[in-house]
Design a protein around this ligand. Structure first.
Ligand code: MN
Length: 247
């Protein structure tokens, strides 16, 4: 089994090392990851400059681009094989609800999915990130299951794992994305030249976190697995906009 790994935290991130170790036991692992932390990069492609590929001492390949660049490059020319599965992560931090729109972790997996390859984004939910091994074991079980029972179609799975010992997980649940409240306001400050600068504020707390959502599963100590799609068409508003246009 040939497994391509990427992430958005950078090729040096502990979550990526844990993932490579966990999945290295069941397949041949290739890593192509960003050279620096590109969290929040979403699905961006670098179109205004060339990309460079480098090799770290541990064999991981890294690119001076985005998570999407990494997977795009790897699959469309760099690798002389098509990966059987792509896994992105393990992200240091959750990617639930609205986070998925901004996430570079999810974006790397989305790129794999768009290129026709089953892809899984894995994130560790918590603040201290002590249990990457738990998320790596979950990733391994999902990849093993994909090999044993292929979906027969490209899938894009967004997986969030509680930061607890594996034995403390309360289960694995198939979920939908919840929703967050509006993000907190930008935080202004002064740079050393006395100019006003702004930091993007924190994401909002969970707003829609009822049964069936990713937030709800994590709240109860379970792993959430949300199948994602890319079509942004708001189908139920087609009649609304058609009526509006006909006025
Ligand atoms: Mn990240």
């Amino acid at each position: 089994m040939r497994i391509l790994l990427s992430n958005d935290d950078g090729y040096f991130a502990p979550g990526l090392a844990a993932l490579a170790e966990g999945l290295g036991a069941i397949g041949s692992v290739t890593v192509v990851a960003p050279e620096r932390d590109r969290s929040g990069a979403s699905n961006s492609l670098t179109l205004d400059r060339p990309l460079m590929l480098s090799r770290a001492p541990n064999g991981f390949l890294y690119v001076n681009g985005t998570p999407t660049d990494c997977v795009h490059m790897a699959v469309t020319g760099l690798l002389d094989f098509e990966p059987d599965v792509i896994v992105s992560g393990i992200n240091s931090g959750s990617n639930m609800g609205d986070d998925t729109l901004y996430s570079g972790t999810v974006a790397a997996a989305t790129e794999g999915y768009l290129l026709g390859i089953p892809s899984i984004a894995v994130s560790l939910v918590g603040k201290e990130f002590r249990h990457f091994a738990t998320a790596a074991r979950v990733a391994r079980e999902l990849v093993e299951r994909c090999a044993r029972a292929p979906f027969g179609a490209p899938v894009l799975l967004n997986v969030n794992v509680p930061d607890v010992p594996y034995g403390d997980l309360t289960g694995m649940e198939v979920t939908r994305l919840g929703r967050r409240h509006k993000a907190q306001a930008v935080v202004p400050g002064k740079n050393p030249r006395g100019e006003t600068v702004y930091w993007v504020g924190a994401a909002g707390p969970a707003r829609e976190a009822g049964p069936g959502t990713d937030f709800n599963a994590l709240e109860r100590g379970a792993v959430s697995i949300t199948p994602l799609q890319v079509d942004l068409t708001h189908g139920s508003q087609i009649p609304l906009v058609s009526g509006w246009l006909a006025q």
